[in-house]
Ligand binder design. Structure first.
Ligand code: SF4
Length: 509
């Protein structure tokens, strides 16, 4: 009979969360590398290169893959014959203590992203607790844990439908994926739960994302069930959409499609789809009474040696002398190297700015003539100016964009993925510009930041307005001053190339 001390669980959870903050799973690295080798779209290939370089840097430096270090999700199976030793906490409290220790680790402090009172004060819990825990009691005398740290950008793109039993699941997925935009940081995976009830399908979709990438092996051996047929069909049809890495248009949008099912009511066909992003982070451990189950560090040789540079045509931009006239010459798809002062601001700061301006008061910081970077960075450790600081999803700021351009005098914005119609309309109206950095390449991006300080709303933590000094920070012009958007033109080009047979999207050998 396994005797398990509460510290075994606490220490294993803390170790696993630190581990997945800086090590991508090997199957994910291999699949992204395959996608890189096969990619024909230059913007998408460049984005994948940055994701792979970032991944290796994080593995070397033991720093987070993404500034969004996720909401912790745990599936725990506790054997009925397990004997707990020295227990003063519930399993839920043990898990949350492990989360707390991991996220407050002094050598690799992770970003606290969890807000209590979500419909009200939205106050940061500061230690990333509580985790979302799915607990099950099973036969046996061990404890099995699957654990993930899921980014908000990809979680936000989850979709759920109660289909009619005669509806096509494939049609629903293929119709729905383009509506998700690129805020889920493709290339990634789709977890699909089918059946049960509404909430059961969602839990299945989340749980199946913990499975390893094996679509190539499935293709090689051939499907042996309806679920496996669906995986292959959805994989091929979603990649044929041409969305590509970061939504820039390309051959690989998904690296795998995972599906789990459960019996359902005769009247129902619940389906939930949850994407996993460029910061796919999960691992597994088993406690059997032999002490904490600590993760085994991978070899750095698991990571490909990819190099990437911006090329000879990148334009160097001085943010401290930038004008409307200059931003109006930026071309869609052009690569820029930003130098100088960049201010940050995301959801809470935008809301606060609007409230201040609505009251007719003065802002605590002068935004005129500045570019705003949508980011919530990780705190610095050691000699860093700032921790990982990749872009957050820009569409969440669309509703503020007209106000920001009209009333604060900002010149433009830097963020992740596409802008929605409201954002593009505001950019066009004010002859502004929107630049994108690669989501999921946060540690790489932070290397271009040489100085950082908070200049307003300090109490908002990572959502405070920071002033960054950047040196050669690479970005792409995603919406120009005429409203032309590369996230519309890029996927359309690659969808047509794939449809015409000029390009082959699927990376089956
Ligand atoms: S890779 Fe993108 S979606 Fe994933 S956690 Fe990072 S910013 Fe969020």
């Amino acid at each position: 009979m396994a005797r398990i001390h509460q510290d075994h669980l606490i220490d294993s959870v803390a170790d696993a969360l630190q581990f997945i903050s800086y090590y991508h799973p090997k199957d994910f690295v291999d699949a992204v590398h395959d996608a890189y080798n096969r990619e024909e779209s230059k913007p998408a290939k460049d984005a994948i290169a940055q994701i792979l370089i970032n991944s290796r840097l994080c593995a070397e430096g033991h720093r987070p893959i993404c500034q969004d270090t996720g909401i912790v999700t745990i599936f725990i199976k506790i054997g009925m014959d397990v004997q707990w030793q020295g227990v003063t906490m519930s399993p839920t409290d043990m898990i949350n203590e492990g989360v707390r220790r991991a996220y407050l680790h002094p050598d690799n402090k992770l970003r606290g992203s969890i807000l209590a009172d979500p419909a009200g004060a939205r106050k940061n819990t500061n230690d990333n607790t509580p985790a979302v825990i799915h607990m099950e009691v099973v036969e046996g005398d061990k404890i099995e844990v699957d654990l993930a740290a899921k980014g908000g950008g990809s979680e936000n793109k989850s979709k759920m439908a109660m289909l009619n039993p005669s509806d096509s699941i494939v049609d629903w997925v293929v119709k729905t994926v383009p509506t998700m935009g690129a805020g889920w940081c493709p290339p990634g995976m789709l977890g699909i739960g089918i059946g049960g009830t509404a909430e059961k399908s969602a839990v299945l979709a989340k749980q199946v994302l913990m499975d390893p990438i094996d679509i190539q092996q499935l293709k090689d051996r051939g499907p042996s069930s309806r679920i496996e047929e669906l995986r292959l069909e959805i994989f091929e049809k979603v990649n044929a959409l041409g969305i590509g890495a970061q939504g820039l248009g390309g051959l690989t949008t998904v690296l795998d499609v995972k599906i789990a099912d459960f019996p359902t009511h005769a009247a129902s066909l619940p389906v939930t789809m949850i994407p996993n992003c460029a910061a796919t982070r999960h691992t597994h451990f088993v406690l059997n009474g032999d002490g904490p189950a600590l993760q085994t560090p991978p070899s750095l040789s698991d990571w490909p040696e990819i190099t990437w540079d911006v090329g000879p045509n990148a334009r160097t931009v001085n943010l401290d002398t930038l004008t409307d006239e200059e931003t109006s010459t930026f071309k869609p798809g052009e690569t820029l190297l930003l130098n100088g002062t960049l201010l940050t601001g995301r959801d809470a700061a935008h809301k606060r700015i609007k409230e201040i301006l609505d009251r007719g008061e003065e802002l605590p910081v002068d935004l005129s003539g500045k570019m705003i970077y949508y980011v919530g960075p990780v705190d610095a450790v050691r000699d860093e100016a700032v921790g990982p600081a990749g872009p957050t999803t820009a569409t969440r700021m669309d509703k503020f964009t007209d106000m920001m351009l009209e009333q604060t005098g900002i010149l433009g914005m830097v963020g992740k993925a596409e802008r929605g119609p409201t954002g593009i309309e505001a950019i066009k109206k004010h002859k502004s510009v929107y630049l994108m950095a690669v989501g999921g390449a946060a540690y790489l991006v932070s290397r271009a930041i040489t100085e950082a300080r908070i200049v307003a709303f300090e109490e908002l933590g990572m959502e405070a307005i920071h002033e960054f000094v950047v040196k050669d920070m690479p970005v792409t012009v995603a919406v120009d001053s005429n409203g032309e958007a590369v996230h519309q033109t890029g996927p359309a080009i690659w969808r047509n190339k794939i449809a015409s047979g000029e390009a082959q999207p699927v990376y089956f050998k």
